[in-house]
Ligand binder design. Structure first.
Ligand code: NOJ
Length: 546
């Protein structure tokens, strides 16, 4: 593969609402981000993925955009945004914007017009259908509960909304919609942004009349058109949020000669704690063997044929330490193990705000403290269907998106240093122990562990390009693999659980010199024929033949 600048980059995701509030209104903002750029520089990241900052009524916290050319009032102004781009640039950091174009807000001018009449010039910007037998045109459900069709009294038709009813789907088959999207993308690209993260991009090109929501037949055609009309003219990076992708389709998106996107963002590994086909709220325990199979499949199948994102967390996912690690006694050790496991793989790593200090899930007792539309809709629907409050809350504690959205924990002052005002969502009470200030003071903290992992990627080509091989496939508690490039080999050994366990080196691995690149214990051994792995112990060895 031709080497690209973003192959060795590490991305840090900011959810602006919860990152840092500079003006005391309880809501994070762009000036707040600028104040923390030096912190991110210290961590060593190259790219910030900024969740949406555009004008929005915030039905889905900015993923419902009412004006793509303006900044949300609560976050600041276009001048603040330009300042952020400039300040980031001075620190060698690029800003990747969220591109939400499967849908807009229902308050977007296009939709306001579209609703006015059947012959309005914007009518076909959205997906309108006649009732069938006096009811919804199809049984398509919304991802946020209920039907995906909403009836409009005035014009007697239904419009499609795969997400909330305040997020009507754009009609990508209308060339005017696509041209408007490309125009808007070029507006931002001309401002010097570093690229786009494309929200649910695999839904674009859907064929709703055939019941096809994702991976529609026009999807790749539209992406190639988009590339030609926008991205091809800039040195930027693009990542498609692709919940419905498999490795074959991922190669279409991200293959070098395809002129579509640079990488995909897959969901297979973060769905493994859900009962298959029962939706995200039906949880089950993670099976390590499945995790090994899934992550390894993506490593092997995309090698030289595509490019993947490496992530545990984002603003839609519960915190990884609470999820696949141990957020009590072994919080730091398990957090470091999970970080090693992921960051030594091939792909572009994403760190979600607070992950680098080991933030954990939240448990609010009252549903009133939750803010996420997905959670609130689900709660209401289940209560109406007779479920018990306590049972629903248990699933929210495990999978709710607000787990990731509590304010960033900066220090031990009131509200974790996030705001001088009243935070829009409550702070996790564990901020007195888990915060940035503490992490920066402690040389053994997760923060410095992440910093080192980022540095290792930049100084070892093998981390970027090495061949991947899973070891000890059937071992019940060890996740181990090698990466190989020329005469070098990385051996990554992770004990996934708190019980001690034994690692035996496979016979076909030989070496002359051995060096520990990173570990989560100070006394990890270099005698690797047999290793007694301590709770959550994770070590990366560099093996050389001469
Ligand atoms: C995916 C985003 O990550 C999520 O936060 C949002 O609710 C949906 N897309 C709809 O835009």
């Amino acid at each position: 593969m031709k080497k690209k600048w973003w192959h060795e980059s590490v991305v840090y995701q900011i959810y602006p609402r919860s990152f840092n509030d500079s003006n005391g209104d309880g809501i994070g903002d762009i000036q707040g981000i600028i104040q923390r750029l030096d912190y991110l520089k210290e961590l060593g990241i190259d790219i910030i993925w900024l969740s949406p900052v555009y004008q929005s009524p915030n039905d889905d916290n900015g993923y419902d955009i009412s004006d793509y050319y303006n900044i949300m009032d609560e976050f600041g102004t276009m001048a603040d945004m330009e300042e952020l781009l400039e300040e980031a640039k001075q620190r060698g950091i690029r800003i990747v914007m969220d591109l939400v174009v499967n849908h807009t807000s229902d308050e977007h001018m296009w939709f306001v017009e579209s609703k006015k009449s059947k012959d309005n010039p914007y009518r076909n910007f959205y997906v309108w259908r006649d009732p069938v037998d006096g009811k919804e045109p199809s049984e398509q459900g919304s991802f946020f509960g209920g039907s995906a069709w909403e009836y409009d009294e005035k014009t007697g038709q239904y419009f499609l909304h795969i997400f909330s009813k305040k997020q009507p789907d754009l009609n990508w088959d209308n060339v005017n919609v696509r041209d408007e999207v490309y125009k808007m993308m070029n507006f931002w690209l001309d401002k010097g942004i570093g690229g786009f993260r494309m929200d649910v991009i695999d839904l674009v090109g859907k064929d709703i009349d055939q019941g096809v929501i994702a991976n529609g037949s026009n999807l790749h055609k539209y992406l190639q058109e988009m590339h030609k009309k926008t991205l091809a003219n800039y040195e930027v990076v693009t990542v498609g949020e692709t919940p419905f992708v498999n490795t074959e389709i991922a190669k279409l998106y991200s293959g070098e000669d395809r002129n579509e996107l640079d990488m995909v963002f897959t969901f297979e590994h973060v769905c493994l704690d859900e009962v298959p086909n029962k939706g995200k709220w039906n949880c089950r325990k993670l099976n390590l063997q499945e995790l090994k199979q899934v992550l390894s499949k993506w490593q092997v199948e995309l090698h030289n044929k595509g490019w993947n994102s490496l992530y545990w967390n984002n603003h839609d996912q519960p915190r990884i330490i609470s999820r696949f690690g141990n957020d009590q006694e072994y919080r730091v050790l398990s957090g470091k193990m999970l970080a090693i496991l992921l960051h030594m793989m091939q792909g572009t790593p994403y760190i979600y705000q607070g992950e680098e200090i080991g933030m954990t899930n939240i448990r609010f007792e009252s549903i009133d403290d939750y803010k996420d539309i997905e959670t609130l809709n689900m709660y209401k629907e289940k209560i109406e269907n007779g479920y018990k409050h306590d049972d629903i809350m248990e699933t929210i504690y495990i999978k709710g998106r607000d787990n990731a959205r509590t304010p960033m924990q900066w220090d031990e002052s009131v509200n974790a240093g996030f705001t001088d005002g009243n935070p829009w969502i409550k702070v996790n009470p564990n901020y007195k122990n888990i915060n940035v200030l503490e992490a920066l003071k402690d040389e053994d903290s997760l923060f410095y562990h992440y910093k080192k992992l980022i540095h290792l990627r930049k100084t070892n080509e093998i981390v970027i390009f090495g061949d991947y091989k899973l070891l000890l496939e059937d071992h019940p508690s060890i996740f181990a693999y090698t990466r190989t490039l020329g005469k070098e080999k990385l051996l990554v050994v992770c004990n996934f659980y708190e019980e001690e366990t034994k690692f035996e080196l496979p016979k076909d691995i030989s070496y002359k010199n051995i060096e520990i690149l990173i570990s989560n214990y100070k006394d990890s051994t270099t005698d690797i024929q047999k290793i007694n792995l301590k709770p959550f112990e994770a070590v990366v060895y560099k093996l050389t033949k001469e």
